[in-house]
Design a protein around this ligand. Structure first.
Ligand code: ADP
Ligand code: GLC
Length: 483
């Protein structure tokens, strides 16, 4: 696995959770997996007990050589992780950005990661059958395996699989990056890397990877349409059966209310007393009135337009003006969104609690202590938070898109079946009405809420099944690479 994130070492969103969860599941199924990520300044070397292994000389285009340090660690005591140390690129505060400004050399930073990972395999004589790359940061490896490393390389038999986690980020940069990556200009064509005169790293990966996946079956259909593909639909359509959607799993070793060490009291579907204690703790922590009666609506999110904040900004003040509810928010990113939530908490004291920042412990407390979880995403390739919510008996309120549609079953008022509340229209009115529906159910049909909770907590999205689907894809990719 070559990736820009891997939980718990470095994470901004679900990509890190997915890389870690899938790798562990593959290893449990008997495969030999290694992960390669950058050694960011934020990675706590002492906490994770990282050990320096050796230096590696990475050959970039134009004869440029970079010497990197290679450190090793282990994921939950299992899968081996290689960390690439290169201070000039990774010795910074952020992963992709700082103070909301993307680093302007990201193509170089992750280009170096991609080539370094391949070099580390060669130097260790550890030759994988498949290299699995994630999103644009490591997509170039798929191209390198078909060009630079196609013949007379220890990796010439290594196939590639590209997973698209988020087609909204394609890695589009100045064309000159081609030289640094060492990809010949004959590949700077519309069907491969070229995109309106610039280099599009994800697009190149889509052309060269032996197989391509995205993170839910419904999203796999969406990205084949002009609106969903964000410019890349024709190229994905070209790949036909090489492209498919596999639902992400959940790492229940870390996301399980019965065992979670990060919440004040553990609980199970049979005994939900602990959940009430978590609600009280959450209310106290975020300055909400401590009261079991109003439902708490939780949000944990990157503040990105993808997540539907324009709908929330319109709907939430109306929700708070017309319903007796509380809102608990954790997130950071877009400045305007941060300002909005700060404003909301000032205007509705005791009813809106906000923490701007990235905080793993609080993310678990919000999952455990809330009654409902809000995810009105405009698009959502998979989404992990709604799956965590289900496990914690926190009923998700989602827009029926991508992985949200695949994982949440809509409440049926006549029977009490379902696991959450869904809406379809991309409008704040639809969101407002659905929050109203959930709130009315909370007050008027508490038996149904209890039933929905049981059904939600019984859902099983563990990685085993999805990891087996990835193995099938790896096998197809290997077959394809050989031909
Ligand atoms: P995405 O990958 O698009 O951000 P997902 O729902 O797949 O969305 O995954 C989000 C992951 O990031 C979850 O594990 C969630 O708990 C975590 N997360 C998001 N924002 C924060 C935050 N501010 N603090 C802590 N964890 C966060
Ligand atoms: C992306 C998507 C999210 C998905 C995650 C892990 O960041 O936005 O929907 O769950 O990757 O695959």
């Amino acid at each position: 696995m070559i990736a820009s994130e891997c939980t718990p070492f470095a994470k901004t969103g679900g990509l890190g959770d997915m890389v870690a969860g899938l790798s562990k599941a593959l290893e449990n199924a008997g495969h030999d997996v290694r992960i390669c990520i950058p050694l960011y300044a934020s990675v706590d070397r002492a906490r994770w007990n990282l050990k320096f292994e050796k230096n590696a000389c990475v050959h970039m285009g134009g004869g440029e050589e970079h010497w990197v340090g290679v450190h090793a660690g282990a994921l939950d005591g299992g899968v081996k992780v290689w960390f690439v140390e290169y201070q000039r690129f990774f010795g910074r505060r952020g992963i992709y950005d700082e103070d909301n400004r993307e680093y302007d050399d990201n193509a170089f930073r992750f280009g170096l990661l991609s080539k370094a990972a391949m070099q580390i395999c060669k130097d260790n004589g550890w030759i994988p059958d498949v290299i699995h790359v994630h999103d644009w940061p490591s997509a170039v490896t798929a191209a390198l395996l078909k060009t630079w490393d196609r013949i007379l390389s220890p990796l010439s038999h290594t196939a590639s699989v590209l997973t698209i986690h988020n087609i909204g980020y394609q890695g589009v940069y100045h064309a000159g990056v081609m030289n640094y990556l060492g990809i010949g200009w004959e590949h700077f064509t519309t069907d491969k890397f070229e995109d309106h005169g610039r280099i599009n790293l994800l697009k190149g990966g889509i052309h060269f990877a032996d197989a391509i996946t995205t993170v839910s079956p419904t999203h796999a259909k969406e990205v084949l349409t002009p609106a969903g593909g964000k410019g890349l639909a024709p190229y994905l359509n070209n790949r036909g059966a090489d492209f498919c959607g596999i639902l992400n799993g959940c790492d229940y070793e870390h996301w399980n209310p019965a065992t979670d060490p990060l919440i004040p009291h553990r609980y199970t579907a049979r005994d939900l007393t602990g959940k009430t204690i978590c609600k009280t703790a959450l209310q106290g922590r975020l300055g909400l009135e401590v009261d079991a009666r109003p439902p708490v609506f939780g949000i944990v999110s990157r503040f990105a337009p993808q997540k539907g904040f324009s709908l929330l900004m319109d709907a939430l003040p109306r929700v708070l003006n017309t319903m007796i509810v509380q809102v608990a928010v954790l997130g950071n990113g877009n400045h305007q969104t941060e300002e909005f939530f700060n404003w909301l908490s000032r205007n509705y004291p005791g009813r809106v609690g906000v923490h701007i920042g990235f905080n793993v412990e609080l993310s678990h407390l919000i999952e455990a202590g809330s009654d409902f979880f809000l995810m009105p995403s405009r698009y959502e390739p998979c989404g992990l938070n709604q799956m965590y919510s289900l496990k914690y008996g926190t009923l998700p309120i989602v827009r029926a898109t991508g992985g949200l549609d695949d994982t949440v079953q809509n409440y049926d008022e006549t029977t009490g079946s379902g696991t959450g509340f869904k809406f379809w229209a991309d409008t704040s009115a639809a969101l407002y009405n659905t929050v109203g529906w959930a709130n009315a159910t909370w007050h008027d049909r508490p038996r149904h809420i209890a039933k929905l909770r049981q059904q939600a907590m019984a859902q099983d999205f563990s990685w085993k099944k999805s990891a087996a689907r990835y193995v099938e894809v790896y096998q197809r990719a290997i077959g394809k690479h050989r031909n």
